[in-house]
Design a protein around this ligand. Sequence first.
Ligand code: IMP
Ligand code: MG
Length: 177
Amino acid sequence: MEKHTLEVLISYDQIIERVKLLAETITKDFEGEELLVVGVLKGAWIFMADLVKYIDLPMEISFVSVSSYAGARTTSSGVVRLLCDVDRPVEKRNVILVEDIIDTGLTINYLKRLFSVRNPNSLKICSLLDKPSRRLADINPDYCGFSIPDEFVVGYGLDYNGYYRNLKDISILKINA
Ligand code: IMP
Ligand code: MG
């Protein structure tokens, strides 16, 4: 049986402070425009819910669902599958893709390509977390909450094998065999 230890890396208060700043920047960058904010399920759901509350612009929201990790693993399979597509048109819209974390970059790279061929007016990536040390695809977020070291993190929407998404803080997960 696996034993897990959690160590807080970023507290909820720190997250919210940063989320407000990201929302302010997005509000300024898109002044006078409308947004289509697209969350990447499931990881981005809590981040997106907090982010949109502080963006002072007219917007629609939608979601995509992808899977790239299988079962109890902490490394990407590298194979991205689209499980559920957006329910709104993308053409001529200012699209912001909202992710929980960019690790290898393969997931967001796949989504960026998928959305760019649909002729949006603009397409930006907003990720709460970034693990730049593990990048395989040549892609970086336009808006980023925190750059973190190469550790597996859970909480605030991020999971390990489906669990821990409900934790308020972002914590490093250590697996002890
Ligand atoms: P990438 O395709 O390697 O960039 O991985 C992106 C996806 O992997 C994210 O949307 C997360 O769902 C998941 N992921 C990557 N690193 C972590 C982590 O440290 N904790 C939880 N999920 C992670
Ligand atoms: Mg995810």
